[in-house]
Design a protein around this ligand. Structure first.
Ligand SMILES: Cc1cc2nc3c(=O)[nH]c(=O)nc-3n(C[C@H](O)[C@H](O)[C@H](O)COP(=O)(O)O)c2cc1C
Length: 180
């Protein structure tokens, strides 16, 4: 990684992605961290360009909304030029690596070609209990979706994430990336 310093910028509604951001922070040298904190969104969900840290290397964290990075992160990514970007994110569904890859591919599409994506990581993140309650109510309806049991099972699986293993995997990937 360049000696010019780095920043960790993230968007997290319920704290999952913030846990990942903390793991990234603990892995990297403290002295060269230029900014650690949330994407400073405007009221309309966009990111003020003046709020984007100037660091050459940015670790950008997002939560998944409708199969892609949340809007504030999209806005941030869309404004970057000539940076090195490490993406990390959480998603409520986590059945397969292919699912995470699809989210990352859609998210990377917001990043201008002048930037280099130096790494990417995703794991599952727990969802609010209201989501499970909604699924259970749906199941009571005769015409519920055929995969409702799988949705409930996925919800329960997500409850423990991000877990220690997720955070360790992310920390290892960040270490390997910055050593290159
Ligand atoms: C409005 C909304 C939309 C969501 N859409 C998706 C989605 O499309 N796919 C998914 O896997 N998870 C989805 N989730 C789940 C979150 O991405 C997941 O719980 C994430 O870990 C939340 O991160 P945070 O705690 O950092 O906010 C959604 C959650 C909310 C509140």
């Amino acid at each position: 990684m360049s000696s010019k310093g780095y920043s960790i910028v993230f968007s997290s509604r319920t704290g999952n992605t913030a846990e990942l951001a903390e793991a990234v922070r603990k892995t990297l040298p403290e002295g060269t961290c230029e900014y650690f904190g949330s994407v400073n969104g405007n009221d309309d969900g966009s990111c003020a360009s003046s709020a984007i840290p100037a660091s050459e290397t940015l670790f950008v964290g997002f939560w998944t909304n409708q199969g892609v990075a949340d809007q504030a992160t999209q806005q941030l990514l869309g404004q970057l030029k000539n940076r090195k970007v490490f993406l990390f994110g959480t998603a409520g569904f986590g059945g397969s690596e292919a699912y995470f890859q699809a989210i990352l591919d859609k998210t990377k599409a917001f990043i201008d070609d002048s930037n280099i994506v130096i790494g990417a990581f995703m794991c599952q993140g727990k969802m609010p209990h209201s989501v499970r309650e909604r699924y259970v109510k749906m199941k009571e309806q005769p015409d519920h979706m055929p995969n409702i049991d799988a949705m409930i099972e996925n919800f329960d699986k997500a409850l423990s994430h991000p877990n220690a293993n997720d955070l360790e995997k992310l920390a290892n990937l960040v270490s390997e990336t910055v050593e290159q």
